[in-house]
Write a protein that binds this ligand. Structure first.
Ligand SMILES: [Zn+2]
Length: 171
């Protein structure tokens, strides 16, 4: 994916104009007052894949982008959180289900204008309990979807994952 990082001009801490210096052979911007160097980085998000008896758990988006389309329970990683914790937290927040363990299946690079090029960690949930309920305003529905019949999915990365569900073992 060919992406250009944001071209920051001012220090996010003191608003001074950033200067240039060479770090490990690369031009980097820095703030001499805060001793802060700007290393461009990307965000991370996680998806929780729960498979049970030929069905997978999905939510229907109630917000843009891709409002009205289906996706796996997902969200951005909080600072200080391990991606696995993100997957388990999002599963609980969005569906009410609880799980203690998950297995990393894949890492995809997402084409998402909100956080360009961010990494999407795909976790398969291992074992789960609790009662299914839609408890967030960001979704209109939470339901089990037959893994052989792909609904309308907005995010390209989630389409990719759905097409491989047949190769995943049950949760
Ligand atoms: Zn500064």
């Amino acid at each position: 994916m060919d992406l250009k990082p944001p071209n920051y001009k001012f220090c996010p801490f003191c608003a001074a104009e950033l200067l240039q210096k060479v770090v490990d052979g690369k031009n980097r911007k820095y703030c001499p007052k805060d001793n802060w160097t700007y290393f461009p980085h990307v965000a991370g998000s996680c998806s929780a894949i729960v498979i049970d008896r030929g069905k997978v758990l999905m939510v229907k988006r109630n917000i843009e982008p891709h409002k009205g389309t289906w996706m796996f329970p997902s969200g951005f990683i909080n600072y200080g959180e391990h991606p696995k914790e993100t997957a388990l937290r999002e599963l609980h927040e969005e569906t009410g289900l609880e799980a203690k363990n998950a297995e990393l299946l894949d890492i995809l690079q997402a084409d998402d204008s909100r956080e360009p090029g961010h990494f999407l960690f795909i976790y398969k949930i291992i074992g789960f309990s609790g009662e299914l309920k839609n408890q967030e305003d960001e979704n209109t529905e939470v339901t089990w979807v037959n893994i052989n019949s792909q609904p309308t999915i907005g995010w390209q990365t989630h389409q990719q994952v759905f097409s491989k569900l047949n190769t995943f073992s049950p949760s």
